[in-house]
Design a binder for this molecule. Structure first.
Ligand code: NAI
Ligand code: MG
Length: 498
């Protein structure tokens, strides 16, 4: 085991915790993969191996689905909404009680800044659990007056959809898992959670906390493993009623294909290429700082990243210079070091992907205002980058890079339709950010933008109460809010002639 950075006592505890091979949580038991295979997990700050984790695959998924089905038909559906809600709330408290430990796991596993892991990933995960705990007792159907002959009593029931597969990515490992787990449990579903192969450790630790709290066996099953094996087995499993996926658009489409077999319900939260639009009347210092945060936060590995900046030509130079200066001041380093502003990318694969885009952009003729290359040190580090002079056909401008790379463009006139058309010139439609003091412009633009989420004069943080999801190829369905919980339910209508 190699962890080269300042091995504090806490960090040592965690690496010791994960020193023995990590297993699968199935039906309340920790099991090796049926194949006996494991895979290594790396620390992105230095590439060292921090754990060996069970490589679950089809046979393990089959077992997990059986356990989830038994729990769904058995103890979980016999619990009252209050009892379910209490357990979910307790899990939120347990996450909060282990905040420092879970944050450190995220940093070692994903590379992200420790202070962000605490403040955002883990704190939000605790709150998300408690937000959803409340929904367990608040989901309900309607009574509906009908116009048929005779007298009818008609109502709807909101029932849990059943056994749900949760396939999550590596950019916010715990938070993405909880974003799906909390509403699924609140709605009364049982789950098979598959964390990303790059970052499975916080999900495993979450599984240990779940076991300690006394959830019935099989309510939460955790199958670590690769997408092409464990993930694919969940997506095509005939006894999984729904799959909720966050990740690439490419895999989202594969999952749709696999889900066809039993027409399982599908929620997809996919990528983005979200515009940040700065009008000349904006509060520029704030807009510049937030535009920079928006793309550099989590080293650009965020589906909500504002990766295309549109600034009015009167303020274009000032905005671009401001973001570039912000980038140049960022201290690049391991997430565990307290003064780091920009941590590594998650993996060698992502480093290759992002540097590939940087090279392609420069080959295609984009100008580098700042950054443009990887950082010459061990680990998966890349420079925060601002590009100008891109055209709509360039891959840097069209595709989700998922790194700290911003394409900046200027717009000339005040024709809102034209500005919106340029901002909408993408196959994605997850988020859009607007900076203007003019309320009329703000609300008109909000309606013209093809995005699931429009943010005006504020930073990018998400809230549990606000539905979030994509237009176009950014996905299907919504997470968070009432809509996010209802995604885990079916509506049944009942009619009785009186
Ligand atoms: P990915 O989409 O391959 O991985 C996400 C999850 O899907 C992981 O748990 C993975 O094991 C699983 N998966 C992969 N193939 C699967 C399959 N055939 N069936 C079922 N599950 C499968 O993403 P990857 O390769 O890690 O990253 C590639 C790009 O995807 C990134 O550069 C980024 O653009 C995008 N991405 C977007 C995310 C978002 O938050 N919307 C999160 C992660 C990646
Ligand atoms: Mg992939």
């Amino acid at each position: 085991m190699t962890v080269s950075i300042d091995v504090s006592a806490e960090e040592k505890k965690i690496t010791t915790h994960f020193a023995r091979p990590q297993r699968l949580l199935i039906g309340g038991k920790w099991l090796d993969a049926a194949s006996g295979e494991t895979f290594p997990v790396h620390n992105p700050a230095d590439g060292g191996v921090i754990a060996q984790v069970a490589a679950g695959a089809k046979a393990d998924v089959d077992l997990a689905v059986r356990a989830a089905r038994a729990a769904f038909d058995g103890p979980w559906s016999k619990m009252t909404p209050t009892q379910r809600g209490k357990l979910i709330w307790k899990l939120g408290d347990a996450i909060e009680a282990h905040l420092d430990e879970l944050a450190l796991i995220e940093t070692i596993d994903n590379g992200k800044l420790l202070r962000m892991a605490k403040m955002i990933d883990v704190a939000n995960s605790a709150e998300k659990m408690r937000y959803c705990a409340g929904w367990a007792t608040k989901l309900s159907g309607d009574t509906i007056d009908v116009s048929l002959m005779g007298t009818w009593h008609s109502y709807t029931l909101r029932e849990p959809v059943g056994v749900v597969g949760l396939v999550v990515p590596w950019n916010f490992p715990l938070m993405m898992a909880v974003t799906k787990l909390a509403p699924a449990l609140a709605a009364g579903c049982t789950v098979i959670l598959k964390p990303a192969e790059q970052t499975p450790l916080s999900a495993i630790r979450l599984g240990e906390l779940i076991q300690e709290l006394g959830f019935p066996d099989g309510v939460v099953n955790i199958v670590t493993g690769f997408g092409e094996t464990a993930g694919a087995a969940i997506a095509e499993h005939p006894d999984v009623d729904k799959i909720s996926f966050t990740g690439s658009t490419e895999v989202g489409k594969i999952i749709l294909g696999a889900a066809r077999g039993n027409l399982k319900r599908v929620t997809l939260e996919l990528g983005g290429k979200s515009p940040v639009i700065v009008f000349p009347d904006a509060d520029l210092p704030t807009a510049i700082m937030e535009a920079a945060n928006n793309i550099f936060f989590n080293t650009g590995q965020s589906c909500a990243a504002g990766s295309r900046l549109f600034a009015h030509r009167d303020v274009f130079d000032e905005v671009v210079d401001g973001v570039a200066r912000f980038a140049e001041k960022m201290k690049i380093g391991a997430g565990i070091e307290p003064d780091t502003d920009l941590g590594p990318l998650v993996s060698q694969e992502q480093l290759d992907r992002v540097t590939g885009y940087l090279q392609a952009g420069q080959r295609d003729g984009a100008q580098v205002v700042t950054g443009g290359a990887r950082v010459d040190r061990a680990g998966y580090f890349v420079q925060p980058t601002v590009l100008t002079g891109t055209t709509a056909d360039m891959s840097v401008r069209r595709e989700e890079i998922f790194g700290p790379v911003l394409c900046a463009m200027s717009f000339k006139d005040d024709d809102l339709d034209q500005i919106a058309a340029e901002a909408n010139e993408t196959s994605y439609g997850l988020a859009a950010y607007l900076w203007t003091q003019n309320v009329s412009v703000a609300h008109k633009m909000a309606r013209k933008l093809k995005a699931g989420s429009v943010r005006i004069n504020g930073g990018g943080a998400l809230d549990h109460a606000i539905p979030y999801g994509g237009y176009k190829q950014s996905g299907w369905g919504r997470e968070n809010g009432r809509e996010g919980v209802e995604e885990y339910t079916e509506v049944k209508t009942v009619m009785i002639k009186l």
